[in-house]
Design a protein around this ligand. Structure first.
Ligand SMILES: Cc1ncc(COP(=O)(O)O)c(C=O)c1O
Length: 385
């Protein structure tokens, strides 16, 4: 359908007075591009047309970006702000980390500057030779970017083969023999870089692929950024059935945008090992987070207990937990890139407090979403979820 027609159709069918009533006044970037208006013309457009329009640009799902408490908190940090060279040196910001830990049900939290950083670290840390990676076809671009980073790291070992090749060439080995000697291990390396995409939310496809390539890491999203649909809980079940680790990007579902729970993970029959999220969506802050979940550490404890052939003591468990956490904290992005800003952190804390004190915001968002989706569907426009 032509975009112009689509917007006209939505306009006709969605009662804009309802939106005004609910103070859902937004304008759309695409619409402005289509009409040739720019940002400065909003008021003009609205007065000429006598109605507000839908804004598709911001991520402010709960309409909390500009609440006074967040603005005040951010302003109070301005005179104090220092750009810390690494999150390793920034051990304050404990309030936000504690709140996120509670919301996400995590054992350990890594606060980062963006969801991109969170996905790059999570994908890179969990991608190893011989461990297959499975990802939903609709998984966010930043996760794929991380896979490419991991692929690159794995392919580094090809350098070792190049050196061996040089040595063989110097030793007057015949070309045919060189090919024979090198080809097999080289192919093995290439095959070990196993990244497999499965059809979107398709339980059977994932099942088949894991049966073929073996247990590994499954990456998916809580609320998909592509079509706005929710994770099929059976994906989590199949991942766990095959003893895979499960990583869920909760960028769009964190704080309860789509369910009555604060994360999608809480609603699943089998829980994730790692959660990642951009806090720029419902949290309206230029931050990201990785949550290392109890299930992630539990795997490590089981492994160590098998190795030692006895249960771990509390102190040993604590040490094992810290060493695994520190492994993540040694990632290049965590060590060598700037720490998250205190200004953003204080804004996020104020918004989270506000959300806890005003849980009805979640119900309002779900209500609006339901209404608009119904109207769009009634207009004969196909929604993919
Ligand atoms: C699902 C998902 N993951 C990660 C990101 C990246 O987050 P950020 O913009 O904070 O880098 C986005 C942003 O669009 C996203 O939609």
């Amino acid at each position: 359908m032509n975009k112009n027609l689509l917007f006209d159709e939505i306009d006709k069918l969605i009662s804009l007075s309802w939106m005004q009533e609910k103070q859902f006044v937004k304008y759309g970037e695409m619409r402005y591009a289509l009409l040739g208006y720019n940002d400065l013309d909003i008021a003009k457009w609205e007065s000429e047309h006598g109605k507000p329009v839908l804004d598709t640009r911001p991520n402010d799902y709960f309409s909390i970006q500009k609440i006074s408490k967040a603005l005040e908190a951010k302003i109070s940090q301005v005179p104090k702000e220092i750009h810390v060279s690494s999150p390793l040196f920034q051990d304050w910001q404990v309030g936000v980390k504690h709140s996120l830990k509670q919301i996400m049900g995590s054992e350990c939290i890594m606060l980062l500057k963006s969801g991109t950083e969170a996905n790059l670290i999570a994908t890179d840390m969990l991608s190893h030779k011989n461990i297959p990676v499975y990802f939903d076809k609709h998984t966010h671009a930043t996760t794929r970017c991380g896979f490419n980073l991991a692929r690159g790291r794995m392919l580094e070992s090809i350098e070792v083969f190049k050196k061996a090749l040089n040595r063989l060439e110097k030793s007057n080995t015949s070309e045919e023999d060189i090919r024979r000697i090198i080809q097999k291990p080289l192919l093995k390396i290439l095959e070990s870089v196993g990244f497999y995409s499965f059809n979107h939310n398709d339980y059977d496809d994932l099942d088949e692929q894991i049966k073929k390539h073996g247990p590994g890491v499954v990456y998916t999203e809580g609320l998909f950024s592509v079509y706005g649909d929710l994770l099929n809980p059976e994906i989590a079940e199949i991942a766990k059935k095959h003893d895979c680790s499960l990583v869920i990007d909760e960028s769009h579902s964190l704080f309860g945008t789509a369910t009555s729970d604060l994360t999608i993970n809480r609603t699943l029959p089998a829980k994730a090992d790692i959660l990642t999220a951009s806090l720029s969506k419902a949290g309206c802050s230029l931050l990201g987070v990785i949550g290392l979940q109890p299930e992630f550490f539990e795997k490590r404890y089981i492994y160590l207990e098998k190795k030692l052939n006895r249960p771990l003591t509390d102190a040993e468990r604590e040490r094992a937990k810290l060493s695994l956490f520190n492994l993540f904290r040694r990632h290049t992005i965590f060590v060598f890139s700037n720490a998250p800003s205190d200004i953003e952190e204080s804004g996020l804390q104020a918004r989270m407090n506000f959300l806890f004190q005003n849980p009805e915001r979640r119900a309002i968002l779900l209500d609006k979403t339901k209404y608009i989706r119904e109207k769009i569907r009634n207009a004969g426009i196909k929604l993919f979820s």
